[in-house]
Design a protein around this ligand. Sequence first.
Ligand SMILES: [Zn+2]
Ligand SMILES: [Zn+2]
Length: 262
Amino acid sequence: MKFYGDYHTHSRHSDGRQSEVDIIAAARRRGLKEVAITDHGPLAAVIGVESASEYSLIRERIDEVGWNEEGLRVLVGAEANIRDLNGTLDIPQSVIEGLDLLIAGMHPYTLPTTLKDAWDLFARNSLRHLGAAQREKAVSANTKACKEAIYQNPDLDILAHPGLFFTVDVQEIAQACVQKEVLFEINCGHEHPDISDIMEAELVGVDFIVNSDSHFEESVGKLDYGVQVVKHLKIDPERVVNLETGGGYSQWGKKMKNCRYS
Ligand SMILES: [Zn+2]
Ligand SMILES: [Zn+2]
């Protein structure tokens, strides 16, 4: 099973251990046709970019080292943090407009929008061990935050590792993804979601993207977990947008779609 591209990687601008040049070189070695550099949004402690303006620096650097050379297309994107129950992201719309690709996900230690969000979303998750009632509230808050992120951000391409760190109702999330044409990520770095959740999302009818979430050179384009799951569940190749046969970002990127429709 061959992939057209890997659309989720991190450089040293956030918590990756690789430069943009390392990512590009590794993607070439893997024989990918496209790779996206998608550093974490600024409001997650430790892992995020210093400020949202870093993305334009990454773009400049990419242009310097050669956009579109030797058949590899390099995209600049971001993995935004979902901050609250309204699905607010930590990257301003003006910056999003300059990106090729937008991923969003929930991450620990994200700065919440208000103190109430801190309780509803982040504190409650650490209290899950207190019992079923708290757990249920946490799952419903996480699900709402992800769903709102999908509904409120028309440029969103990919929901990263659905349910990782913060358990969600997979069926509800998958339905929102189908409705808003957001790709449901199979994240190989975290080997997440697990096979039963992927099966559930498949039954709802999502389209998948298989990404590495690479933080170091060895794992750029390393998509073994996705291969394993897609084969095991016999997922229709047409439902996995980044297989080699899929034609790449121009076929499924929200910005490309928006151009086509307008
Ligand atoms: Zn993530
Ligand atoms: Zn990531």
